[in-house]
Design a protein around this ligand. Structure first.
Ligand code: HPA
Ligand code: ZN
Length: 326
């Protein structure tokens, strides 16, 4: 009991969150009211986000995000979400930010959104003691042309706050290699790379992510667990999985946490880390993730310290930032 309390309150490093996906429903409702847009259909009577499955989630996500219009709206979002993360003892966080939602891929507009977010993050670092870094993210179901525009935005703002480039969205659309130009563009700008793979598709998707895009991290990647040779390759190449156990269980990727392959992945020597993905959408928090993992797998404090050390090692920030959070 005492150990669980200690584990739950450990300082945490979180690598996989979607910026808009961290917005509490009350925050989105407040903005909708201010802007006089009716998105009441995306909420349940109890106020939580309402969706049936992952694909409906993506629609509800876009509807919620539609009330975030100006750079200032994203700045307010940044302050709100970092306060929540800090309440969960998160000391360092990386978040996916999409030019698709911030200016539609126009570099000039993107810079205005990004500066507003970055200023809010700097203030939150001072006020709440949490460091944020951004991963510019293309959206797979928006296609390769939009992804190229996102990559150009990323390249134009690489360095400092923006440390990486990634891809989210519907894994069932297209192939990883369709986005190779975007990832090459980001790599040439000095950005580190991650892509969602192996959440809805099988191990081949994870292989494609590594072989066709050259990423050093994978969003989820959990369906790699059935392919022993792939797990050996991930371990060998020091690839890190951004595992989001609560998200996976809530969306039905695995029936319950006890069925989640995270322990198997660790046993095979794969680098794994813990994140919440879109906490209010999946009714989770970093404290809840730690508590559930400790109970379900019987992990002690040393395991969580190891998971955090892995996350720090795989963080996309520079060495000085990395050292400041250790
Ligand atoms: N997965 C994939 N794409 C997303 C997500 C997610 O959890 N959230 C927002 N876009
Ligand atoms: Zn995700």
């Amino acid at each position: 009991e005492e150990e669980l309390h200690h584990i739950v309150h450990l300082p945490k490093v979180e690598l996989h969150t979607h910026f808009e996906g961290m917005a509490p429903p009350a925050f989105i409702r407040g903005l909708a009211k201010e802007k006089k847009v009716d998105i009441s259909k995306i909420f349940r009577p109890d106020g939580s986000y309402d969706y049936r499955d992952f694909w409906h989630f993506l629609e509800v996500y876009e509807a919620a995000t539609s009330v975030l219009k100006k750079p200032e709206d994203f700045a307010r979002l940044c302050t709100a979400v970092l306060e929540k993360s800090a309440e969960n003892d998160v000391v360092y966080q990386e978040t996916f930010i999409s030019p698709d939602f911030c200016g539609g891929g126009d570099v000039g507009a993107w810079k205005e959104y990004l500066h507003a977010i970055e200023d809010a993050a700097t203030a939150a670092e001072r006020d709440f003691g949490i460091t944020l870094r951004g991963i510019v993210t293309c959206i797979r179901h928006n296609g390769p042309d939009q992804a190229r525009a996102a990559a150009r935005c990323a390249a134009e703002t690489a360095g400092g706050f923006i440390t990486g480039f990634g891809m989210g969205g519907d894994e069932k659309q297209g192939k990883q290699r369709d986005f190779a130009w975007a990832f090459d563009c980001a790599r040439e700008a000095g950005l580190q790379l991650t892509t969602h793979a192996g959440e809805w598709n099988g191990p081949q998707e994870v292989r494609d992510a590594v072989e066709d895009l050259g990423v050093s991290r994978i969003g989820h990647g959990v369906n790699a667990y059935t392919d022993i040779a792939l797990l050996e390759m991930l371990a060998e190449q020091d690839i890190t999985l951004e595992v989001c156990p609560g998200s996976n269980v809530f969306l039905g990727v695995f029936p319950a946490l006890k069925d989640h392959p995270i322990q198997k992945l660790r046993d095979r020597g794969v680098n794994v880390t813990i994140s919440t993905d879109d906490p209010p959408f999946f009714h989770t928090t970093m404290r809840q993730e730690y508590a559930a993992l400790a109970k379900t797998f019987g992990w002690g404090e040393e395991v969580f310290r190891e998971l955090n050390a892995t996350a720090i090692g795989a963080a996309f920030c520079d060495k000085a930032t990395r050292e400041a959070i250790t």
